[in-house]
Each structure stands twice: as C-alpha cells, then as structure tokens.
Design a protein around this ligand. Sequence first.
Ligand code: AHG
Ligand code: MN
Ligand code: MN
Length: 340
Amino acid sequence: MHVTTPNLITIERHILDQERQNPEATGQFTRLLYQLAYASKVINREVRRAGLIDILGTTGDVNVQGEAVQKLDAIAQETFFNAFDHIGVLCCMTSEEVEDIINIPAQFDLGKYTLAFDPLDGSSNIAANVNIGTIFSVHRKITPGRDGRAEDLLQPGRRQVMAGYVMYGSSTMLVYTTGKGVYGFTLEPSIGEFLLSHPDIRVPEHGNVFSCNMGNYGHWSEGTRKYVDNLIAPDAHPGQTYTSRYIGSLVADFHRTLLYGGIFMYPVDYKDPKKPKGKLRMLYEASPMSFIMEQAGGAATNGIEPILDVQPKGLHERTALFIGSRQEVTEAGEFIRQFG
Ligand code: AHG
Ligand code: MN
Ligand code: MN
C-alpha cells in the first residue's frame, strides 16, 4: 500500500520559498527566522516545565553562573539573547527586560538589522497556566557606521521589515509577517518542527468580540467609555451583539482577535501616573502587533492615529492600543474624536 505523507511545509521551507521570491535576499532574514524558530522551541520547552518549577520552587538545578534556576522571564530573555548575539545579522537589540540598548558582543560580527523583543508576554498568567507568549520586531539599520544605536530601534512601526509572536498555548504557534501577508505555524512536538497551519491569515472586517480590562473602565477617557457603553447597549447594533473576552496576555488576546475579529483595547488608564500614555510598550508590543494586524487587513491606532505612523522617542515608551477589525477600530476612533 502506498502511504502518502501529508505535504508538510516546515517554517524552514517557507522561509526559503520566501527568500527565493525575494531576489535581493541575502539570507540574513533566513538566519533570523531560523533562530526565532529555534529560540521559540527552547522557551516552549521551559514554559511546558514552568508549572513544575513553580510547584517545586526551583528545580534544584544550578546553572553555569552557579545560580539557582531563574524565573521564566529571565530564562526567556537569556534564550533570546543567546540565540541572536552571534549570528552576524543584528547591530543591536532592545528587550522589555533590559533598560538600555543591548549591544552585540565585540567578538561577534555586526549585521544590518535591529531586534526588539518581549521575551515573555503575559508573565502574570504563568502561575495560572494561562497562555503566554513572545513578541519580536525587526527594523533595518538606518544610522551610519557599523554599531547599532537607539535611533536604529526608534523607528516608526511602518518601517518594520519583520514582526511576529509565539504563543505558548494548548499548542505552540509562531505567527509572522515580512510585509507580504501573515503566516501561522504550529509546532509539531513529535518532530520538533513548526508546520504551516495558517497560510495568509486575514482578520474579519467585523467581529463581535471586544477585549479590554473593564477594571480600568472608571479611569478611561469619556470617548473610550462611551464607545464601550455603545458596544453593550442593547439596541446599539441592530442584528449583532458583542461578547467580552479578556485573557490578560496580549499575545493570546491579539491572536483570538486576529482569527475571530472584533477589537482588543488597552486605553490610557488615567488612574496610574506611572502609565501616562497607557500600559503597553510601543517597540516590542504595540508596533509589531500593529504591523501584523494591518498586514492581515485590520487596523491599529492609539485612539487618534495609526500606531505604525508614531515616531517612538524611548525604548520602553508606552502607548494606548486599539487593534482589530477595521469596523470596530474605526468606530472606537470616532467616539474618541467626538468625546475625547
Ligand atoms: P508583560 O507580561 O510582557 O509585562 O505584558 C503584560 C501586558 C500584556 O500582555 C497584557 O495585555 C497586559 O499586560 C494586561 O494588563 P492588565 O493585567 O493590566 O490587564
Ligand atoms: Mn508584554
Ligand atoms: Mn514581558
């Protein structure tokens, strides 16, 4: 009997196919994506063990620095740094976990790209075994000279050359775009390969899910509150009712919005002076997710203007975020324009 193996498209094959379509490709992208897939598999393995580490406290292992096994954020940070510092593709990095710009160690070659990343998104959900993720964003170097500078990282999101995320959920998925559509890969653990499972993801023009932390409702602007009031008012949208879903991990709330449609929002929360411009960080949360959402046919704003048009000023700059189906994001913007 002739057994046909399904036509499995691994992320490596997908990357090579994309490279072939891109005559000026130098292979630097390919190396970057290979390492992103590799780092994701390593973090995935640690995430799957996290419960044990938490239950047992530390595992009793001692790492090379002689320290007890660290928490997952730090493990994810270290895994990402070690996966990219030596590949000769980057000129610098920035991470949610590191205050200053991350330079490439002197012994390694410098490349022409920058990497901004949130090594572990949704950390507050780890102990509850709820979906968490990793987010990444790549820009081309724009300053003269070989060393990376903050200006190479502080670019409007519209100039990104690659963005993506990994979600560690009931299955582990890697979703990315290089500006030619959005592609989703699911990890097949038995062979350790990311397989193409969602070719060319498109967000629905409209969706009936809204996602936000209603605990902050009392501290939003009047326009934001009126928008949400209008979503749940019984007769506001004849023929359609909205439902509320909120996981508290951006990667998970975003992924559901990307596939099902609707809106995710983290508005400015006026109660907390530490978050004058919102909670989510521009470079490694809002900007990459907005690039993906626009590539999938959706929209992303800070309530006033497209996220991708904003010129960031600081590595850890925060922003409000309204992201999802074009219909819902546009309507939110109309309320904020009218009521502030
Ligand atoms: P991180 O764990 O990387 O700090 O990100 C947490 C973010 C984001 O994942 C999520 O959308 C948001 O925090 C949830 O904030 P609240 O708990 O305030 O709703
Ligand atoms: Mn995050
Ligand atoms: Mn994080």
